[in-house]
Design a protein. Structure first.
Length: 255
């Protein structure tokens, strides 16, 4: 794995890599990112935002940076208190130097080929939207390999966002690739996982925005439990859903 590259002042891509109790998985996530971008000619940086992990995630990241000589590519930011993925997302966007911005996950659910597919589309639209063609029973064309309950939530959540927002994209969460300027312009006040859908629908409300959708595979985390169903996150998602609906209602009144 080659991490020795000259990093110019301006980059093509900033990657925000989440970290919260990911000691068993985050080294694999970092090495997979580097492998996916190797030989592409894409100038990139990785900002690892550790959200006050209670395990050894921070030391694993530091070891990984030293092991693969990634000091010119990977920055580690350690929060003293837990902030939430939505807050960290915008902090990383503010710190970044890339024209494009993407979130990837320390629990390493995104396969190598999915990363390569999305990275290859940099520059072809303002937003690249990965989706998994999630199915519950007919698995013939399903690319979502998460457990049944996670797929069921996606099958219910996506149509709800379409109804609330009026936008008809295939998926509203996940590792969307955005122009970083749009992320900063359309910042939303959400700390939980609803931030991506809320921001994406807000960006799509803007005239002239271009996007491409691409089908990729997706998997569950290999170890432990995620934070998606914790009460604090559920409340945050509910707030995002309300704001998506209210924004559409307000826009209709103004029209």
């Amino acid at each position: 794995m080659d991490g020795k590259h000259d990093v110019p002042g301006k980059l093509d891509l900033t990657i925000y890599l989440t970290s919260y109790n990911e000691e068993k998985m985050i080294e694999g996530a970092i090495s997979r990112i580097v492998e996916a971008l190797q030989g592409t000619g894409i100038g990139y940086e990785v900002i690892v935002m550790d959200d006050c992990s209670r395990d050894d995630s921070v030391n694993v990241v530091r070891h990984c940076i030293d092991k693969y000589q990634l000091g010119d590519r990977v920055r580690l930011v350690v929060n003293e208190t837990n902030q939430g993925i939505g807050v960290n997302y915008y902090r990383a966007a503010e710190m970044g130097r890339g024209e494009y911005f993407i979130v990837l996950f320390g629990d390493n659910p995104v396969p190598l080929e999915a990363m390569k597919t999305v990275f290859a589309l940099i520059g072809q639209a303002d937003i690249i939207i990965p989706h998994y063609n999630t199915r519950l029973f007919n698995m013939t064309d399903n690319c979502d390999h998460r457990v049944f309950i996670r797929r069921m939530i996606s099958v219910l959540y996506t149509p709800l966002i379409r109804i609330l927002s009026g936008h008809r994209v295939a998926y509203f969460n996940g590792f969307c690739l955005h122009r970083r300027a749009l992320v900063l312009k359309h910042r939303v006040n959400a700390f939980g996982l609803g931030y991506q859908a809320e921001m994406l629908t807000k960006i799509l409300d803007e005239t002239g925005i271009t996007y491409r959708e691409v089908k990729v595979h997706n998997y569950d985390r290999a170890y432990g439990l995620g934070t998606a169903f914790r009460p604090r996150n559920v409340l945050s998602v509910a707030g995002s859903l309300w704001r998506i609906f209210w924004r559409r209602l307000t826009c209709k009144r103004q029209a």
